[in-house]
Design a protein around this ligand. Structure first.
Ligand code: PPS
Length: 292
């Protein structure tokens, strides 16, 4: 492992850790990132472990909370999902968690613990349109100054992201890797949820998730889950877990579809579309970039 400083075109740089050729964030929670990251493949896995997986900034906190509420029915506890993140927390802590554990990660399919495939754990995979992800990731990198030490400009950050020089690497590589999971691991139950669909109709997403998790509940409970996982409620209850230097919550910024239009210039948008088309090839994901 090496701590690396990735320079952008404006002279700013982002601090990351590099493990076996992959970039990760400097873990905020534990002190020995190398052991935890290197140990991911061999992490002991239970049959009833559930995995919430997404490229960063695509809705992990939101869906993790939905799954937690559905599986535990515990509407009182407020928990930080980073405590269940396999690239930050080692087995010494994870093994003490009661089942079913709802683990989460931004890793590629090939980086997941082997046990996920051996035990055929349920995986919830989240997609979000990559332009809104790009804006969200920009703020994430700037606001978590103690982790990333990054203070670059939007345009230079966008280039870093498009070059895959951020934690978890190229988003196109990630999307292609995950799009193929039905072929690479057809026997692993995977539910794909889409951020824009959840925004449009959260109840439909919650019902779908409940069915997938064998955790079907009353309509009344689904309404409760919808309320407890609304952007404003989560921001209010969980916003203090990660705060920027100015006190603003890092994980609950705007929670909207289409904010990218406030950031991308016409030229940046064209370059982004071109990169996407060139890199994604036949892997055509029908992202929605705005909601009606
Ligand atoms: S992380 O740090 O990668 O795990 O972030 P992640 O949770 O995947 O994504 C953060 C973005 O999701 C938005 N968010 C929500 N949107 C709608 N409803 C709810 N409840 C919700 N919770 C989080 C969050 O605001 C980030 O998006 P942006 O666009 O930055 O607001």
């Amino acid at each position: 492992m090496a701590v690396v400083k990735i320079p952008d075109a404006g002279g700013d740089s982002m601090t990351l850790v590099e493990v076996d050729g992959h970039f990760f964030p400097k873990p905020p929670i534990q002190e020995n990132p190398i052991d935890v990251i290197k140990g991911i493949r061999d992490l002991p896995i239970r049959e009833d472990d559930v995995f919430v997986c997404a490229y960063p900034k695509c809705g992990t906190h939101w869906v993790w909370e939905m799954a937690r509420l559905l599986l535990s029915e515990d509407t009182a506890t407020v928990i930080n999902k980073e405590k269940f993140m396999i690239e930050f927390v080692g087995n010494d802590v994870l093994e003490k968690l009661p089942s079913p554990r709802i683990l989460n990660t931004h890793c590629l399919v090939e980086q997941l613990p082997r046990g996920v495939f051996e035990k055929k754990c349920k995986i919830i995979y989240i997609l979000r349109n990559p332009k809104d992800m790009a804006v969200s990731f920009f703020h994430h990198h700037k606001k978590l100054s103690k982790i990333y030490e990054y203070d670059g400009k939007w345009e230079n950050h966008l280039s870093l992201l498009m070059d895959g020089k951020v934690d978890y690497g190229s988003f196109c590589t990630y999307l292609k890797d995950w799009a193929a999971i039905g072929e690479t691991h057809p026997d692993v139950p995977t539910l794909t949820l889409v951020y824009e669909d959840l925004k449009e109709d959260p109840l439909a997403g919650i019902r779908k998730l409940a069915k997938f998790l064998n955790a079907e509940k009353s309509e009344e409970f689904y309404l409760k889950v919808k309320e407890l996982t609304s952007f404003n409620t989560m921001k209010e209850k969980k916003g203090s877990f990660f705060q920027a230097d100015d006190g603003s919550p890092v994980m609950y910024r705007k929670g909207e579809v289409g904010d990218w239009k406030n950031y991308f210039t016409v030229a940046q948008n064209e370059a982004f579309d071109k990169l996407y088309k060139e890199n994604m090839g036949d892997c055509d994901i029908n992202f929605r970039y705005t909601l009606k």
